[in-house]
Write a protein that binds this ligand. Structure first.
Ligand SMILES: Nc1nc2c(ncn2[C@@H]2O[C@H](COP(=O)(O)OP(=O)(O)O)[C@@H](O)[C@H]2O)c(=O)[nH]1
Ligand SMILES: [Mg+2]
Ligand SMILES: [Zn+2]
Length: 282
């Protein structure tokens, strides 16, 4: 559930145990992560982690394992959504085997049918909510049931506000002490919060830049759900969907089935991945 100063707090069916990790993990250079499913040995309140189960997913920022869903929170306004960053975060989640979902918050200020349209064409699940008015938050909470969901997004989009509603104010206490101790809205340590309805949520620190790496440029299309049906539909095999004629994706773009902003993100990341590869070869 959380780790503080070399102790790991492990939730079992009956209680939470304060555990140390077995020495063997250090030798093998494995560190238990928040979200890990583990076996422990205990003779009371304390225990030790003796086994870490294989991870379904693992994030680096913040370090957390077995997240099912990334709830990418976007503000309808202030801060203004950055479509390129949204696209990179969606791809990054998919690369990490995490299902991304979009949550447009602050819809009390502004409606964002434009963003809804872009991402519904891309086949993402979208929630439009207002934490301020508690609008749409019930639907959002229903979706979180029995999943482990990381709330991500730029600082100021309303992650903490939403989590406070979702957890009945129990996460709010944490964010107030954060503000006092650090003087800003950053999240101090990673901790899973168990929902009454089942499932876990966690807040993640907002960050404003992200690079897509460790995938091949030619595999990038696989991380764009609206491009996933393109295989063997272009004139050329291995079509990059950029300059080739008779390209199925270019057709989709022309008849409005793929948003221009999504295509622009694709070409920008594609070119970047290609250039990094070329540079590494030298
Ligand atoms: N108008 C409006 N403001 C909101 C909404 N949700 C959050 N805010 C405000 O946006 C600011 C940042 O919210 P916070 O939850 O701290 O964002 P975080 O940095 O993503 O955790 C705060 O001043 C909130 O009161 C909303 O739905 N509507
Ligand atoms: Mg916050
Ligand atoms: Zn093509």
């Amino acid at each position: 559930m959380k780790g503080i100063g070399g102790f790991y707090y492990v939730k079992a069916s009956d209680s939470i145990y304060e555990c140390k990790a077995r020495g063997i993990f250090r030798k093998e250079k494995i560190t238990p992560m928040i979200g890990d499913k583990v076996n422990i040995e205990t003779d009371g309140e304390k225990g030790s982690i003796i086994e870490i189960m294989p991870r379904k997913s693992s994030l680096i920022r913040p370090p957390v394992a077995n997240v099912d869903t990334m709830m990418l929170v976007v503000a309808a306004a202030s801060p203004e959504p950055n479509l390129f960053l949204i696209d990179k975060m969606l791809i990054n989640a998919e690369i990490n085997n995490i299902t991304p979902v979009i949550c447009i918050n602050k819809t009390d200020i502004k409606k964002r049918e434009d963003i809804e349209e872009i991402y519904s064409k891309a086949k993402y699940k979208i929630f439009s909510v207002s934490a301020e008015r508690q609008d749409g938050t019930d639907l959002l909470m229903g979706y979180l049931k029995d999943k482990t969901t990381a709330f991500a997004g730029l600082s100021g989009v309303g992650k903490s506000s939403l989590l406070s509603i979702i957890t009945n104010g129990e996460l709010e206490t944490g964010s107030i002490s954060e503000k006092i101790s650090r003087g800003k809205h950053t999240t101090r340590h990673v901790e899973l919060f168990e929902l009454e309805s089942g499932g876990f949520v966690l807040d993640t620190p907002g960050f404003s830049s992200l690079e897509i790496e460790n995938i091949k440029a030619d595999d990038l299309w696989q991380y764009f759900p609206e491009m996933a049906d393109s295989q063997n539909k272009c004139r050329f095999r291995g079509c990059s969907h950029i300059n080739e004629p008779d390209c199925y994706i270019k057709e989709k773009l022309e008849n409005g089935e793929m948003a221009q902003s999504r295509y622009d993100s694709y070409t920008q990341i594609y070119n970047k991945l290609k250039s990094v590869k070329e540079w590494k070869k030298k």
